[in-house]
Ligand binder design. Sequence first.
Ligand code: ADE
Length: 231
Amino acid sequence: MKITVLTLFPDMITPVIGQSIIGRARYENKIQIDVIDYRAYSLNKHQKVDDAPYGGGAGMVLQVEPVVRALRAIEGHEKALKILMTPQGEPYSQPRAQALSKADHLIILCGHYEGFDERIRAYFDTEISIGDYVLTGGEVAALVLIDSTIRLIPGVLNKDASHEEDSFSDGLLEYPHYTRPPTFEGQSVPEVLLSGHHQAIASYRRAESIKRTRKRRPDLYESYVKRQKKP
Ligand code: ADE
């Protein structure tokens, strides 16, 4: 998979994608991430990419021209899935990450300033929000999308680190995990996990997963119950 990030702040992206699992996946050529500063595509002599809003009002608006020029300079942009990061987008979720992890090429635009020229929307296929809050720009949101998508690409995680058991992958939260020591300050690891009885462990984990989802995320639990009732 290839990801091209369009940003005015490459330094918010570059150090993060050099680290940990994403860094390793890039090093091993399992993914390619290009970070492009679209300020370089401004035609303004001061390389400005924003201007005051027509009709007045506070703040500055990202201009359409540098964004479209930057987009068109990306090789394969016609076929890529072009994503706009915005709090007005579709709420991001694990199923969306799963769908994106199958794409060949993603182009992600990180907005900045008070907003962006509405005409930019026409050049993008989809708009994604990572939650109902407003960030200073789309960079952190783009990193969330990149991180959650890349770990689902086959071969990126260790082969025994299964994401089939991730929280949300089957619509439930994940079961609790424990490791040594067996007892710490009065808290003990549940007996069943020490039993070596694989079937009992699997049932315990499933039950805990359901219990936890019911308690913490009644919305997810309700959908789970509905799915179970389907013939
Ligand atoms: N840019 C600013 N806030 C955002 C959000 N919540 N999701 C995606 N992009 C954003």
